[in-house]
Design a protein around this ligand. Structure first.
Ligand SMILES: Cc1ncc(COP(=O)(O)O)c(C=O)c1O
Length: 394
């Protein structure tokens, strides 16, 4: 079959309405650029959408994860269980607090924590689990929370990709002690860079608000609007500056007005791929499980799932790469879904790890592939990807 025309389809594309672009003008014109009324508005909309009691906007998901662990009280020498297949930031924040990363392998069907392995990883030093809702698929939170409760561990959800993801009816980020979302442009809602911490705990929320703002007991805006000009805030904590600006929050808040539509559109696109690729035995598309609503931050697949065994990974990896090159030549951008963190130099050397210490993370690193999926993708673009994938000879 020959294709009428060549198209360029990116892995993701930021799609903003003109009204969303214009929303940034409001803080620019008002002169209030730092964390202020727009941040509060964005946080309120986030809480309403996710059902979180508290939403706290920060500069990125990474800083939000760091802040969460700091607020929970993680200390040097503590251990934190982290999936071996995730973005490196999930592990880095543990290192930044002087604690030790303990990797856990993943389930290759979901790309999330393999809960069967938790038992073998817990020690007297374990203080927290960092489950990741990777690519918009919720981690299996019920057993994770039960395990954490039994061992008295904190659960800090990495919900970077979790916007629109629900687990047994509940939005991710509201299931653990804290949850943190990302607004990087590859996510469904973007503020350029940015993050949102969610928690149901009043005391923790107050601490998180202080820590993001130099440890101040009172925000800039409160002081600005307050009656007594001589008032200086007290600083009960040695905090950080992880405040989101009102420029970013204006953009995020404007997108929240179509949050449901964005999620619906991403689900519709994913469903079209699912149907189109259902007969391709060599490509495992994202799984559907009862009780899980996928947010489709991306569309991660596993190449030749039937043959992904440790001794075959290298060979399948070569074929996957050749296929990715082929797609690139016809204008379609793809990516490995993410990386196996235990194989990256810092962790490999620090903890003396080998690829096969976490065989599923190793396999996912080498054999996963994300196809283009983003709201604003045209039917023509998706048809083109479908045609090229279905017609591939590999
Ligand atoms: C699973 C995961 N955790 C953390 C992050 C870090 O997010 P940010 O770029 O907002 O710091 C990302 C970013 O892609 C991610 O995918």
């Amino acid at each position: 079959m020959s294709f009428a025309k060549h198209m360029d389809v990116p892995i993701a594309r930021t799609s903003l309405l003109e009204s969303e672009v214009q929303s940034v003008m409001e803080p620019l014109r008002s002169g209030w650029l730092v964390q202020g009324p727009k941040v509060r508005e964005f946080e309120n909309k986030w809480s309403e959408f996710t059902g979180a009691k508290h939403s706290i906007a920060v500069t990125s998901c990474t800083t939000g994860l760091h802040l969460s662990l700091a607020a929970l009280g993680l200390q040097p020498g503590d251990e934190v269980i982290v999936p071996a297949f995730t973005w490196i930031a999930t592990a880095n924040v543990v290192e930044h607090l002087g604690a030790k990363v303990v990797f856990c392998d993943i389930d290759l069907e979901t790309f999330n924590l393999d809960i069967q392995q938790l038992d073998s990883l817990v020690t007297t030093k374990t203080k927290a689990i960092l489950p990741v809702h990777l690519f918009g698929m919720a981690a299996d939170m019920e057993p994770i929370n039960a395990f954490a409760k039994y061992h008295k561990l904190w659960v800090a959800e990495d919900a970077a990709c979790g916007f629109g993801s629900r687990y047994k009816g509940q939005h991710v980020g509201t299931l653990g002690h804290t949850g943190v979302f990302s607004f990087h442009p590859r996510k469904a809602i973007t503020t350029g860079e940015g993050g949102m911490i969610t928690t149901q705990d009043d005391v923790l929320a107050a601490k998180l608000r202080r820590l993001r703002d130099h440890g101040a007991a009172m925000s800039d805006l409160q002081r600005h609007l307050g009656a007594r000009p001589y008032l200086l805030a007290d600083h009960p904590d040695a905090g950080y500056n992880q405040r989101m600006t009102d420029l970013q929050a204006a953009l995020g808040s404007a997108q929240m007005n179509r949050a449901f539509d964005i999620i619906q559109e991403r689900r519709r696109l994913a469903l079209r791929y699912d149907e189109a690729f259902a007969k391709l035995a060599w490509l495992r598309t994202p799984v559907h499980r009862a009780g899980y609503e996928h947010g489709y931050q991306s569309y991660p697949c596993l190449f030749h799932p039937e043959s992904v065994k440790p001794n075959a990974v290298f060979r399948i990896n070569e074929r996957r790469n050749a296929w990715m090159d082929k797609l690139q030549k016809v204008g379609i951008s793809t990516r490995p879904a993410t990386h196996a963190v235990h194989m990256l130099t810092f962790y490999r050397e620090k903890y003396k790890l080998r690829p096969l210490d976490f065989p599923n993370a190793y396999a996912a690193n080498h054999c996963s592939i994300s196809l283009p999926l983003f709201h604003g993708m045209t039917a023509e673009e998706q048809d083109y990807v479908i045609e090229q994938v279905v017609e591939s000879t590999i």
